[in-house]
Design a protein around this ligand. Structure first.
Ligand SMILES: [Mg+2]
Length: 430
């Protein structure tokens, strides 16, 4: 069976109308997806992948996804899905395309959409959810999925295998526990910067009623106002609910240190993206100077090499992997193994559109097979746009339920294409 064609859609959802998703760096995002489908002669067997963006430029991302995906047309499904590590290497090490990175930005994320679509296709053909496909691999097989080229000064394949082997005996118990209890979700829904105080109070109360134990607020424009909003949130939810803040890269290193000290009285679970995501040395200094407040980042982390450097510099406490920021499954496995080696918790970034669906598989696989201690783990959750996904996440009483549907949960509904394709969809043309 061959991959017969691919289709790519520029999907944009007009979230800026309600200021959903508004933060200090991104005041008016229209959550978007450059959405890829790999087709086979079997209409029931399609591989789905996407890159999340926030509006303008989604057409550029879609063109890049199409450029990479065209290489798969005419190839055998068994070849592509049977040896994804070879395909991953082929796409990332293309000697001419590599000039456009390497391993960062539009082309790297395009490879991510393609690789995630390939893994979705494989999982569907096996009739398993993606996390279960990964869970069926031995430690050696997982290690062989990672491109270790630039990582071995921090972790070599044998060390990666050791981390996985330590959890092998406990995997069935962890799987069983997660299938009953789920994995904690935390919510960002109440804390968007564009929401007024009444909405912050109302949504914070609702979040607690819905079972969430951690709420994240956007900060970064005006620290006096951040203090005021954190005070409102703390008095609304009480001392038992954890609060985290997210500056979305708005601060300089010096500002981050100064401002986090002014917010520390709220006993923050973490400060997220305090400064530029590439500033490894800056994160390291911030972490030292704001201790014991933990530092988190990852949603804009371009590749495993960046993650490695953050760990080598002891610059972060929490790694927030994102399902579509990097080159897909293989990069994400690398980053989770490196995090385990650095004793850093993985608390995936989600929200956007489709990101909760896509990243949950990695959050669960990490909790089953990689992390030394699954107790502090969680996945971000934002309660919107799930109706556009074919297999939406199930979050009950503040926890993600273990996905049971086959695939990588990366498919959009057909109706989303009809309505939200840009600019021809009915929502945009009207
Ligand atoms: Mg964030």
């Amino acid at each position: 069976m061959l991959i017969t064609s691919c289709t790519v859609h520029d999907l944009r959802f007009p979230t800026s109308l309600q200021l959903d998703g508004s933060d200090a760096m991104n005041p008016d995002p229209d959550y978007s997806a450059a959405y890829l489908r790999l087709h086979t002669p079997d209409p029931a067997l399609v591989g789905h992948g996407f890159v999340f963006t926030i509006g303008r430029g989604n057409d550029v991302q879609a063109a890049a996804v199409n450029h990479v995906a065209q290489r798969l047309v005419g190839r055998a499904v068994d070849d592509v899905c049977g040896n994804p590590a070879a395909l991953n290497r082929e796409l990332l090490w293309d000697s001419q395309l590599r000039w456009l990175g390497p391993d960062k930005g539009v082309m790297h994320m395009a490879v991510g959409a393609v690789m995630n679509a390939v893994w979705d296709l494989r999982a569907r053909s096996e009739g398993l959810p993606l996390w279960a496909v990964l869970d069926a691999f031995t430690p050696s097989e997982v290690v062989d999925l990672v491109d270790w080229t630039y990582l071995t000064d921090f972790m070599n394949p044998a060390q990666g295998r050791e981390i996985l082997e330590e959890q092998v005996a406990g995997r069935p118990q962890r799987r069983a526990t997660l299938s009953v209890d789920g994995l904690a979700a935390y919510t960002t829904s109440p804390g968007w910067l564009g929401y007024d105080d009444d909405k912050l109070v109302r949504l914070s109360r609702e979040a607690v009623d819905q079972g969430f134990r951690l709420i994240k607020l956007k900060v970064g424009v005006d620290v006096a106002d951040d203090r005021r909003r954190l005070g409102i949130a703390r008095s609304t939810v009480g001392a038992d609910i954890e609060l985290a803040v997210d500056a979305n890269q708005r601060w300089t290193v010096n500002e981050a240190i100064e401002n986090v000290k002014r917010l520390a009285e709220f006993d923050l679970r973490w400060v997220e993206e305090p400064t530029h995501p590439d500033d490894v040395v800056g994160h390291s200094r911030i972490r030292r100077e704001i201790a014991p407040t933990p530092v988190a980042t990852g949603e804009h982390l371009a590749n495993p090499v960046m993650a490695k450097q953050l760990f080598q510099m002891q610059a972060i406490d929490i790694l927030q992997i994102d399902a579509t920021r990097v080159a897909g499954v293989h990069d994400l496995l690398a980053m989770m193994l490196l995090a385990a080696g650095a004793d850093v918790s993985v608390i995936p970034h989600a929200g956007g559109v489709g990101l909760c669906e896509a990243v949950q598989h990695f959050g669960f696989f990490n909790a089953i097979a990689i992390a030394a201690d699954p107790a502090p783990l969680a996945i971000e959750y934002v309660d919107h746009l799930h109706e556009h996904m074919a297999d939406p996440v199930v979050v009950d009483n503040g926890v993600y339920q273990l996905p049971g549907v086959s695939g990588a949960s990366t498919a959009f509904n057909d109706e989303a294409i009809t309505r939200f394709a840009y600019p021809s969809g009915t929502e945009w043309s009207s």
